[in-house]
Design a protein around this ligand. Structure first.
Ligand SMILES: [Mn+2]
Length: 343
């Protein structure tokens, strides 16, 4: 295991965690498994230490994460604004997981930034903004869940965390690595996992809880998207899949039902980049883009140059406020401008 904090920072972390009584934990908008898992791991850990903890997410999160220990008490800002604001106003510590810019807190940003409470950022995205008293940023790590494993190790607590905490941390790492199929070759990841397994978690059950939860509609939609909507740009080793809210309604699929679909086209031999353009269910007319690549193709650079987003080398996202047709044109332009790297 790695000691990621200097002695001085470790002391600062200990003091912040010891001195707080009411904690709010949040993560990025459209929370994924790492955002929810790392937030709930910290929540379960601090509750066990006797702290009053509220987890508040900027907006809804996928149904396939609702089994996670503590998920039932998560506040969703877009649905429970007053409660979330009150919790932030009363907090004497705010922990922010899995994001690198305060704008990623979306509707919660203003309230969080207005609070006088100290903030801790725990994250693994590139180029963190320094808007917290304590910033724990480890861009080389596979998930915020992994960063938390190392922090708990350094606090001398990793060996004695609860099973619930271990489950959340494992799920966080599993979700951000496609069940350890990408961005997960650093040996120390498996030292973390070894420690989590030693807490008695059932990793196979966690896998099924996350990945084997499809509705009939999702499976049929998946077939439709691959058969009808997927465009293959053979010259660029790139695939593009589109999904509008109208199509979503036709298959009766909910938020979260399209999670992971962006990875499937990379199963085609030789494909290097997969782009999924997905109309936002909460904001029709906004197109959310997910990018996945293999090897050295920089998804994050494409997302930041063309889609107002960012992320990691092999996984990034962004959004465009426009029609689906216009989004497709922008994607085409983006792919052409990266043609040298894709041919
Ligand atoms: Mn993450």
């Amino acid at each position: 295991m790695e000691n990621i904090l200097s002695q001085e920072k470790l002391h600062e972390l200990k003091t912040l965690l010891d001195d707080c009584t009411k904690v709010v934990i949040s993560a990025h908008v459209s929370p994924d498994g790492d955002a929810i898992g790392s937030s709930l791991a910290m929540a379960n850990y601090l509750r066990r230490k006797g702290k009053q903890v509220t987890v508040a997410m900027p907006n809804i999160f996928p149904d396939f994460l609702k089994w996670m220990p503590g998920a039932d008490s998560i506040l969703v800002y877009t649905r429970q604004q007053e409660q979330a604001k009150a919790a932030v106003a009363q907090a004497d510590l705010i922990i922010i997981c899995d994001l690198n810019q305060p704008s990623r807190l979306s509707g919660l940003e203003e309230t969080v930034m207005a609070s006088q409470a100290p903030r801790i950022l725990i994250d693994h995205h590139l180029d963190p903004a320094y808007f917290c008293q304590l910033t724990v940023s480890q861009p080389d790590m596979c998930a915020t869940g992994e960063v938390i494993c190392h922090l708990l190790h350094q606090l001398g607590e990793l060996g004695s965390i609860s099973q619930d905490e271990a489950v959340c941390l494992y799920a966080a790492m599993m979700c951000d690595t496609g069940a350890f199929s990408f961005n997960s070759s650093r040996p120390v990841i498996y030292e973390c996992i070894s420690q989590l397994l030693a807490r008695g978690i059932d990793k196979d059950q966690i896998y099924r809880n996350v990945f084997y939860t499809a509705s009939e509609g999702r499976l049929r939609l998946q077939g439709y998207l691959l058969y009808v909507n997927m465009k293959v740009l053979h010259n660029y080793h790139t695939t593009i899949i589109t999904l509008t809210n109208e199509e979503r309604r036709r298959f009766n699929v909910k938020n979260g039902d399209t999670e992971g679909l962006v990875n499937i086209p990379l199963q085609i031999l030789g494909m290097r980049l997969s782009i999924f353009i997905n109309e936002d269910t909460e904001h029709p007319g906004t197109m959310k883009l997910s990018l996945r690549s293999v090897d050295d193709f920089p998804c994050d650079q494409m997302a930041s140059r063309f889609f107002g987003g960012g992320g990691h080398k092999n996984a990034s996202g962004g959004k465009l406020v426009c029609t689906m047709q216009e989004a497709c044109k922008t994607v085409q332009k983006a792919v052409e401008s990266f043609s040298e790297m894709l041919k």
